[in-house]
Design a protein around this ligand. Structure first.
Ligand SMILES: Cc1ncc(COP(=O)(O)O)c(C=O)c1O
Length: 379
């Protein structure tokens, strides 16, 4: 099955009871048993739920994995991966990443005895300097949030395999429409399904997808034992979202490109971060590992001025000033005070997340309205 067909049919079975084309929302916590242990495959909804299972099968299908797991948020999914580790283990992570991931690593897991190295992975070989006998996990975001840095998944995967370390890729920005990390050598793909997968800004959810059975079993154990699962209503909404992922992503990419090019040619704009530009760092890698460049664009206005940046985001009307990304509607964010405020200023600025940086999640509205909105706000 090709990708566009998989988004609609991948891992799905028609409902056995009445032939419902969409999986029913099994809004139940428990399941009748004829005798202890005598059930139809479902005992309790933290462990399994038919609607969530349908979604988990869809996750596995679109990422070319064998096993999918759904969680109550993207961070709950990341948390489950970190629970594979033991005190004394070490993690090498991209140094530019979602602020909440950084907070989970440094404010929770560091205190449990896990050591984190935050490394600029513009060249994969830099990782080698940080790998030792305790290294158990490499955490990669690509494109990174919000600087749109590109990391070579295949090269990192080769190092991870050679050194017997797990590689997890946060594929939230790219989605499997653009990039399939398991095919490039990653062991785990993670999503904030809150974003493009759900696609309509109406749910909070996380996903993990793997190929390996033992790894899947360990993660299923953690999912059930820790219990950060999502409910059947949200599972249904995410499944519905996946069915239009390919059509939405196509328009996100078209509009993202138009907005990036408009900003790059604007006399009042200093710098635009979008991996489709030929001079974007690692553009060639983006071109080889992604099928297009997505709908996320970050930029800094001339003068690099905090007040100017705030004025721009306040004056936008079609773009909504809000946290999050990946919905059909365009959003604008100010990473330093919003999504990345949990990263100390000195750390943030080392990777380019300055106080004047604005991040856009370009939606699927009419491009003329989006450009006109930006033009008014910037002028
Ligand atoms: C790249 C990335 N990873 C992970 C997360 C966390 O996901 P959630 O908000 O669903 O917990 C986010 C949220 O913005 C994100 O942008």
């Amino acid at each position: 099955m090709k990708f566009n067909t998989k988004t609609i049919h991948g891992g799905q079975k028609h409902d056995l009871a009445y032939g419902a084309v969409m999986p029913p929302i099994y809004q139940t916590s428990t399941y009748a048993q004829s005798t202890p242990g005598g059930h139809k495959g479902y005992e309790y909804s933290r462990t399994h739920n038919p609607t969530r299972n349908a979604l988990e099968n869809a996750f596995a299908s679109i990422e070319n994995g064998n096993y999918g797991l759904a969680f109550g948020s993207g961070l709950a999914a990341i948390d489950a991966v970190l629970k594979l580790l033991k005190p004394g283990d070490e993690v090498i992570s991209t140094n530019d990443l979602y602020g909440g991931s950084y907070r989970l690593f440094t404010r929770i897991y560091k205190d449990f005895g896990i050591k984190f190295h935050f490394v600029g992975m513009d060249n994969a070989s830099k990782i080698e300097n940080y790998i030792n006998g305790n290294t158990k996990l490499i955490w990669v975001e690509t494109p990174t949030n919000p600087m749109m840095n590109i990391i070579d998944i295949k090269s990192v995967g080769e190092i991870a395999k050679r050194r017997n370390v797990l590689l997890a890729v946060d594929n939230t920005f790219a989605t499997p429409y653009l990039q399939r990390p398991l095919d490039l050598g990653a062991d785990i793909v993670m999503h904030s399904a809150t974003k493009y997968i759900g696609g309509h800004s109406d749910l909070v959810m996380g996903a993990l997808i793997v190929k390996d059975k033992d790894l899947a079993d360990s993660l299923y154990f953690i999912q059930n034992a820790s219990g950060a699962v999502c409910g059947p209503q949200d599972s249904f909404l995410a499944l519905r979202g996946i069915k239009t992922l390919h059509v939405r992503m196509q328009r996100h990419c078209e509009n993202g490109k138009a907005v990036a090019e408009y900003l790059a040619n604007h006399p009042k704009i200093e710098k635009v971060y979008w991996p489709g530009f030929e001079n974007h760092p690692n553009h060639d890698i983006a071109k080889s590992q992604m099928d297009d460049f997505g709908g996320m664009v970050s930029f800094v206005a001339k003068g690099n001025n905090y007040d100017e940046a705030i004025k721009i985001v306040e004056n936008l009307k079609v773009f909504t000033l809000a946290e999050s990304l990946g919905g059909v509607e365009s959003l604008a964010g100010h990473p330093a005070s919003m999504t990345h405020s949990s990263i100390p200023k000195e750390e943030r600025e080392k990777t380019g997340v300055v106080d004047s940086l604005i991040r856009l999640s370009v939606g699927i509205e009419d491009i003329d309205d989006l450009i006109a909105d930006l033009e008014k706000a910037i002028r």
